[in-house]
Design a protein around this ligand. Structure first.
Ligand code: GAP
Length: 438
């Protein structure tokens, strides 16, 4: 099992993820994404959007709602009253812990006595405008979902969709976690990918079950090993106040006793949110209007953190093996997720004609119109070292331009997983990569 420390170290060393506010000693629960982290996140999000827009039935609308939102939103959604964690504080060292995360009634840092648990609201409060008073209070959203619910009627009025349909968004969410921990698994600022699928209540159970399977399949299709994933169906007493049924997709992060922790939640949120935001509204005919008749659509919600998914993809892809007696670390990421698809090397960096030809190949790949190829130039160190660097960041293919290239227009293409090399005509390489990526 890959340790989290191995991933944290690789992520920093290779430019995926850095600690937030690092040069000033860090800010707990915040992380900065470096060049490769940005590309990896972008690829995860692209795959999520594709799946969200290709639901077997109905239509999916996209949304990008604001992060700062009115206090009234969170009153209606129940977050002001219920979005709390039980907090205990050490009377001696003043450290704070989540009561449900501690294993004894003494402080795990200094052995001091702990206070009784009290409810701690996890929303970040802010103030909008020049005057700071009750009326200027606003919150950074702790989930993107509410932005979707409060725009439900706007979407209906603009597009007149029939049930069932989805509204999806990806965006930042903020939670003042008492104990952010385990790298990007639990942070204070993170990104969510959420889809709210609105349907007739009579169809909700079927859509819930389909959604659960579809979301599991998404992870499997992107290469996560089956044995590292499982469903966790909530018992009635585990359900959140808004939910009729919830299933977590758990991944073997190796952070809990049996290794499995929540990766994504799929919930049947019933009519809870729409009922609270749109008091007195009902779905009648094909419209959502003020009425005593009709029904309030039910909502099936798959919700996953981009960062947590990214961590699962990194842990799952990490491998160490031996090549010709040399130990190597390799990220066996699905090519669709790999931050860099192809690295281009001139065999030697001091022969002008080889370098110029390699530049030509690089420019051709880099200007690929399908936008599927992300190319990377590397001419530092020997070829073996360059391969190792690319293996460690998950690049599926490396292209080397050498003397033979100048004679017959072929390059070597080396495969990350098998380390096999073959000679391919320059005119064929882009097509070959695009085919594998599309
Ligand atoms: N709208 C439902 C909702 O927000 P949640 O279980 O609180 O449900 C959904 O969050 C997903 O968001 C989680 O499964 C996880 O992937 C991610 N997530 C939640 N809190 C997080 C945190 N503090 N850091 C990173 N990801 C988090």
């Amino acid at each position: 099992m890959t340790s989290l420390d191995t991933i944290i170290s690789l992520a920093k060393r290779r430019g995926f993820i850095f600690p937030g506010s690092d040069i000033y000693g860090g800010l707990a629960g915040t992380w900065d994404y470096g060049p490769l982290g940005v590309l990896l996140k972008e690829n995860i999000k692209r795959e999520w959007w594709r799946a969200a827009r290709q639901l077997p039935e109905g239509k999916t609308f996209s949304l990008d709602s604001s992060i700062i939102s009115s206090a009234k939103v969170w009153q209606s959604s129940g977050h002001t009253d219920h979005f709390t964690d039980p907090l205990v504080e050490c009377k001696k060292c003043k450290r704070r812990f989540r009561a449900d995360h501690i294993e004894s009634d003494k402080c795990q840092e200094c052995g001091g006595e702990l206070t009784a648990p009290r409810s701690f609201n996890m929303m970040f409060k802010t103030s909008v405008g020049a005057v700071e008073d009750e009326s200027s209070t606003a919150y950074l959203r702790p989930e993107t979902a509410q932005g979707i619910f409060i725009n439900f009627k706007n979407i209906i009025d603009a597009f007149h969709p029939k049930l069932a349909f989805g509204i999806a968004q990806i965006g930042k969410a903020f939670r003042n976690e008492i104990t952010p921990r385990n790298f990007v698994f639990r942070s204070r600022e993170f990104e969510q990918m959420e889809l709210e699928y609105f349907c007739d209540p009579k169809d909700a159970d079927k859509y819930f079950s389909d959604m659960r399977d579809a979301r599991m399949q998404w992870f499997l299709d992107l290469g996560i090993k089956k044995e590292n994933l499982r469903f966790h169906d909530y018992a009635p007493d585990e359900l959140a106040h808004y939910s009729k049924a919830t299933t977590d997709i758990e991944y073997r992060f190796g952070l809990s006793k049996d290794g499995f922790s929540e990766l994504e939640g799929v919930a049947n949120r019933t009519d809870f949110d729409l009922k609270n935001h749109f008091v007195g509204y009902r779905w009648v005919g094909d419209d959502f209007i003020r009425s005593e008749d009709g029904f309030i659509p039910n909502v099936i919600e798959p919700s996953v953190g981009v960062d947590r998914a990214l961590l699962a993809f990194l842990i799952d892809a990490y491998d160490e093996d031996e090549l010709a007696g040399d130990k190597r670390a390799v990220l066996r990421l699905h090519p669709k997720l790999a931050p860099i698809k192809v690295a281009v090397f001139p065999l030697v960096s001091n022969k002008e004609n080889v370098v110029a030809k390699a530049r030509e190949v690089f420019d051709m790949l880099n200007s690929d119109r399908s936008s599927l190829i992300t190319a990377w130039w590397d001419d530092i160190g020997n070829i073996g070292k360059r391969y190792r660097r690319q293996d460690e960041i998950g690049t599926p293919w490396c292209v080397t331009v050498d003397y033979q290239t100048l004679e017959d227009g072929t390059v070597t293409v080396r495969d990350r997983d098998t380390a096999k090399q073959e000679r391919v005509a320059i005119s064929e390489i882009a097509g070959r990569f695009i085919e594998k990526l599309s």
